[in-house]
Ligand binder design. Sequence first.
Ligand code: MCA
Ligand code: AMP
Length: 427
Amino acid sequence: MNAASALGSLGVSPGARVVWEAVSSLEAIIVALGVLRCGAVLVPVAERQSDLERLTVIDDVDPTIVVAERRAAVGTVTEPPRELLARRGPAVELDGAAADDVALIVYTSGTTGRPKGAVHTHGSIAAQAASLTSAWGWTAADRLLIALPLFHVHGLVVGLFTGLSTGGAVTCQPVFDTGAFLDAIDQAAATMAFCVPTMLYRIDAHPNADLMASLRLVVSGSAPLSPRTFEAFERRGISILERYGMTETLLTISNPLEGERRPGTVGRALPGVSLKLPPAGEDGELLVSGPTLFAGYWRRPDATAEIMTDGWVSTGDIVRVDGDGYVIICGRSKELIISGGFNVYPSEVEDVLRAIDGVDDAAVVGAPSDEWGEVVVAYLVTPAGMDVDSIAEKCAEALSPYKRPRRFTEVEEIPRNSLGKVQRHLL
Ligand code: MCA
Ligand code: AMP
């Protein structure tokens, strides 16, 4: 029995949501593809999320079943089964699924309120596969290596789904271990690797970093790549291709495959994407439109309307364009910390901190870090004294490890403006 039929026999019908614990094992990936194949909706959650975070997703999405894996992932390297490799051709061929059918809901915390599910259709996923295979010359001969988590679109859609759609191989390592990643380049005969900047920073410091030079393409994204890391790889003969995206839009901007890859920029629009950019020499918010955009937030038309108007998504990223049309991400209008490529919304962490007994007020900010880009640090008003261990324990119960503050500082008050909004730049 194939995975789609097995899911059907468990009552999973087209449109039903399947909460899937995103594990980088062959078995888990077969289940995920089975969900898509039978017309159901894949909703990834991760073991690294807190129970509270996963329960919030389950509560919101109302699944028919939850598929979870409690044992350690088998081996360090998995490959798609032969049947998948044989399914060459565009990703759209998912046994009759219509482009508008919902395929995937990925939860994102957002700047306010409870986490929201970004809904992607078979059409938006297929459009992403089409734009990336065309822009990056990705073919069935390619063998992609990733150690990205599969509960975000970077690992799942950009890496796994697009890779399988080409008919090429995808090697998914369950955790990122720098040495094991470098070893896998040879073991898996990899031709491409997708990383977040923290991984490239660690690779650069590894004695075997030159093994990356055998790859035809090394792509960085999810957070700004420091020009210093870009240049360190250039010296090894590796020109990292930096690209830009967002859960709600998938990838929309990329440096070129042929031509100059510019450090500090994310390149130009991918095929099929339209951008609204500020006039030359000015900074302004980036708006994007195109076939890879999401269909809205799950059962949250209010939240959808806040970010999407007439087919344009307001990214909350502030950009500038250089003389040759390369886009530079120069800031964010949304309150967001990006740590190791993971998004942390300050309000979510502050809500947890303020609910702790003895914490009268709290604010979190991102402190610069060479390795992580930013790390989360907290400022607390604790008139009776700060019990760091107990506060850290409460954070651990409610928040994924990457959202937990690394440092706590006691302050007399949190600076706020006249509207009561935290003035983070003063902290
Ligand atoms: C792990 N820790 C973190 C992070 N990751 N802390 C802050 N920020 C993080 N990102 C915690 C661990 O739980 C641990 O905590 C401590 O830091 C050290 O762990 P370590 O073993 O060194 O870290 P790691 O497990 O090796 O993780 C580093 C990582 C990981 C591999 C870079 O952060 C990662 O997989 N990042 C990828 C994120 C990603 O895929 N984002 C895509 C979303 P303790 O000491 O307490 O145990 S963005 C997206 O999808 C858009 C479309 C896009 O553009 O791509
Ligand atoms: P997410 O909501 O997890 O999909 O994260 C999307 C955000 O990641 C974007 O809005 C950007 O702020 C950020 N991002 C993604 N790629 C890059 C990049 N190459 N450079 C800077 N920021 C990026």
